[in-house]
Write a protein that binds this ligand. Structure first.
Ligand SMILES: [Zn+2]
Ligand SMILES: [Zn+2]
Length: 291
């Protein structure tokens, strides 16, 4: 995934950029495979490191190791180690402390970055925005949506009607998500209308971009004889609608197409059917794709 856009974007941070003092940018790619490398110290290595840190010619090198690694070493050596105090001082609160996280993180390390990306208290915008503007802690995300009377169907297929009013064509709108639980994961089928006149149907998954890359879906938008079909990638909730739109990674329709499909003429209310099936794929990358 490292080469793809999804792999390198912390979309969640992008969407809530204004809220936090630091927000990883597009190039702050972090390989998830290196998660444990800086925090687990093999017992064998501890002894070696102990010897290393006592060696007079090595202090400069020990300054270059990550603070957490160095802390493990300093615990194993004397508490009078001159570096211990300064290294402990580099521990900082998790960025989401105000939401309840009590973790202390070694500042400036990969461990800190990855904790912020996966913190159970990281806020995620409610799927019903703009009607609900709440930022929901990750651990409470599913329960929050149950309070909106959004409940899961336990199926990989969905057939649902999207009902709209003619005045919805004049505004940015988002319909309540359809929550599907299948393959042991939670998916949300989203429908929105965006000015100046586009409709989007996409599927978000609660998970990382790498996890979402394991799924595709077939979708058919129809009513009577008109229909539009396509196959698209399931996307991580960390991928913003702006990114999905940019890479055409979802079903998109113009106002004219929706008017034709729904056969809305003089009536104030129209509708179309969404038939959708999620399935496992060999993995995909978000890239510009024709429909
Ligand atoms: Zn945290
Ligand atoms: Zn909400």
């Amino acid at each position: 995934m490292e080469g793809s856009l999804l792999g390198s974007i912390d979309a969640f941070s992008l969407s809530t950029m204004e809220l936090f003092e630091h927000s990883p940018g597009l190039n702050d790619s972090v390989s998830s495979t290196s998660t444990g490398a800086s925090i687990h110290l093999d017992p064998k290595e501890t002894n070696e490191s102990e010897q290393v840190i006592k060696h007079k010619s090595m202090p400069k090198k020990s300054d270059r190791v990550t603070p957490l690694y160095a802390m493990e070493v300093s615990k194993a050596t004397s508490s009078k180690s001159p570096t211990r105090k300064s290294l402990e001082a580099k521990l900082v609160d998790c960025r989401f402390k105000s939401a309840g996280c009590t973790e202390k993180l070694p500042k400036g390390t990969l461990y800190e970055t990855e904790h912020h990306q996966n913190c159970q208290f990281r806020p995620i915008p409610c799927l019903l925005q703009p009607n609900c503007s709440e930022l929901v802690p990750y651990h409470n995300f599913l329960l929050h949506h149950m309070h909106h009377f959004v409940h899961p169907i336990f199926s990989a297929t969905l057939n649902t009607s999207v009902i709209f009013k003619t005045e919805d064509f004049k505004d940015n709108q988002r319909w309540n998500p359809r929550w599907m639980n299948c393959y042991g994961r939670d998916f949300f089928v989203m429908v929105s209308h965006k000015l100046p006149g586009m409709w989007y149907v996409w599927v978000w998954m609660l998970g990382t971009p790498d996890e979402a890359a394991e799924y595709l879906y077939d979708v058919e938008i129809s009513k009577s004889s008109y229909r539009k079909v396509g196959t698209f990638p399931v996307l991580s909730l960390r991928t913003t609608l702006d990114e999905i739109e940019k890479y055409e990674a979802c079903m998109s329709m113009t106002d004219f197409q929706v008017q034709r499909i729904s056969q809305i003429r003089e009536s104030i209310i129209g509708s179309f059917e969404v038939d959708l099936m999620i399935y496992k794929s060999k993995g995909h990358k978000l890239s510009p794709c024709g429909q």
